[in-house]
Ligand binder design. Sequence first.
Ligand SMILES: [Zn+2]
Ligand SMILES: [Zn+2]
Length: 181
Amino acid sequence: MPLTIDIAPLTSTPTTREESIGTDWCAERLGPVYRPVGDSLAVHVKVSRVADLVEASGRVTGRFAFDCSRCAAEAELAVDAEFEHHFVGEGQLDAGGEDDDGFDADPDVSEHDGARVDIEEIAIQHVLLALPEAPVCAEDCKGLCPVCGTDRNRESCSCALPKSADSRWAGLSQIKIDPKG
Ligand SMILES: [Zn+2]
Ligand SMILES: [Zn+2]
């Protein structure tokens, strides 16, 4: 069951709900980098409504496992993402997704269908924004030796590391260039 909230009972006095969303969307939308820890994420949401305008704010929290992008060790990180979203009535947003000045539409404003608002999609969007593209196990992770594959966090090796990633150009560093010449 996706997390949606019926609009009709809402009033201008915010109601608070403690909900959870499943993690079945993760494999498709997070790719192979992240794996959810557990089968749900907690969503704390506060909703209110004035006429057609529904305001939702809250946070989504959960834990994800990943393989460090430098040393490949498995690590975990916690996501704690806040969101604030406005749902307006059907047809109240520009169809083109841009306003008259050509700015992109505000991602925190969308239309509802008159019956309910989809909180799950908002929460998922903010989880996606909160996860770094190349996660590391620690900021100072030294990674694997590109020559012998040793985990340099645990032991050091005696490989002579090429200064440049591409050794074909190594000879160029021997050429002296006189800037005045
Ligand atoms: Zn690492
Ligand atoms: Zn090495």
